[in-house]
Design a protein around this ligand. Structure first.
Ligand SMILES: [Mg+2]
Length: 265
C-alpha cells in the first residue's frame, strides 16, 4: 500500500487537482506549505504548450499559489528534452506559439516557421496563433516520410472560461486526414515529463508520485514512467469512470485534502 509520507517528489496536475477553473481548493495552499516544510519537492506538470512558464507563474499567483518558473514541468520542456535526445541536429519546422518557439530556441535548436525543403523534423504544439498557411506547410512537409513528426500534447480540447477550444490533438487529427500521418506525442500520457523531472531534479522512481484528476493522461503518464500514482476525484474522473478503466492508480483519494490529512497523521 502506498504511504504518502515516503514520497519525496510530487508531480501535480493543476486543474481539477489543485483548483477547479478559477476556484482554488482550500486545502491546496496548506498541502503545498506542508510539503515544503517537510523538505519534499513538488512540481506543477502541464500538457499546455501554448503558454510560457512565466504565464503560468502569473496564473497561479492570481489564484493565490506562490510559484517560480523552476516549479514547473511543461510539455514544451519535455519536447525540448526529447528533441535533444533524438533530433539534436535537425532543421525543425515549429507549428506553435511564439512562446513555444522561444522555448526551443533557448535550447539552441535550429528552428524555422517557414516552409523549406531542408526541414527534417516537424514539431506541432497547442497553437493559439494557428493559420491556414501553417496547416498547408505541415501537409506539404509531412508528405516526405523521412521527416519526423512530433507533437507536444495529445489533448483534443483545452478548457476556457466559456467552454473548450481545439487543442494540439485536434490539429493532429486534421493533419492525419490530410497526410495519413500521426505524430509522436510528448505530453501526458507519455512518460517523458515525469522522466525528465526525475532526471533533472535527481529523484528515484520509488520516491516519486504523480497526482492528478484524469486517468488517461495524468495517471497513465505515471504508470508509463513506472512511478506511483494518486488519482483525486475532485476533477474530471468519477467513481464509475475509475471502476471501468483498465488503468488503475496506486491510490485513490477524494481530493488533495485527504492526502494532506494522511501526511499529517
Ligand atoms: Mg486536471
Amino acid at each position: 500500500m502506498l504511504d504518502v509520507k515516503n514520497m519525496n517528489f510530487w508531480l501535480f496536475d493543476m486543474d481539477g487537482t489543485l483548483y477547479l477553473g478559477d476556484i482554488l481548493f482550500d486545502f491546496t495552499i496548506p498541502l503545498l506549505e506542508y510539503l515544503k516544510a517537510a523538505g519534499k519537492k513538488y512540481l506543477f506538470m502541464t500538457n499546455n504548450s501554448s503558454k510560457s512558464v512565466a504565464d503560468y507563474v502569473k496564473k497561479l499567483a492570481r489564484l493565490g499559489i506562490p510559484a517560480v518558473e523552476d516549479d514547473f514541468i511543461t510539455s514544451a520542456q519535455a519536447t525540448a528534452y526529447y528533441l535533444e535526445k533524438h533530433h539534436k541536429n535537425d532543421y525543425i519546422y515549429v507549428e506553435g506559439t511564439n512562446s513555444l518557439k522561444d522555448a526551443l530556441k533557448r535550447h539552441h535548436f535550429n528552428i524555422t516557421d517557414q516552409y523549406s525543403e531542408d526541414v527534417t523534423c516537424v514539431v506541432s504544439g497547442f497553437d493559439t496563433e494557428l493559420t491556414f498557411q501553417k496547416l498547408e506547410d505541415l501537409s506539404k512537409l509531412l508528405l516526405n516520410q523521412d521527416i519526423a513528426y512530433i507533437a507536444t500534447n495529445p489533448d483534443l480540447v483545452c478548457p476556457t472560461e466559456y467552454g473548450y477550444v481545439p487543442d494540439c490533438g485536434s490539429v493532429s487529427e486534421m493533419i492525419y486526414n490530410a497526410t495519413g500521418r500521426r505524430p509522436k506525442f510528448i505530453g501526458k500520457p507519455s512518460p517523458l515529463m515525469p522522466q525528465l523531472a526525475m532526471e533533472k531534479w535527481g529523484y528515484r522512481k520509488e520516491e516519486t508520485i504523480v497526482v492528478g484528476d484524469r486517468i488517461y493522461t495524468d495517471i497513465k503518464s505515471g504508470i508509463n514512467a513506472g512511478i506511483n500514482t494518486a488519482l483525486v476525484l475532485s476533477g474530471e474522473t468519477t467513481k464509475q469512470v475509475l471502476d471501468e478503466s483498465p488503468d488503475k492508480p496506486t491510490a485513490v483519494y477524494k481530493d488533495c485534502g485527504e492526502i494532506l490529512q494522511l501526511l499529517k497523521t
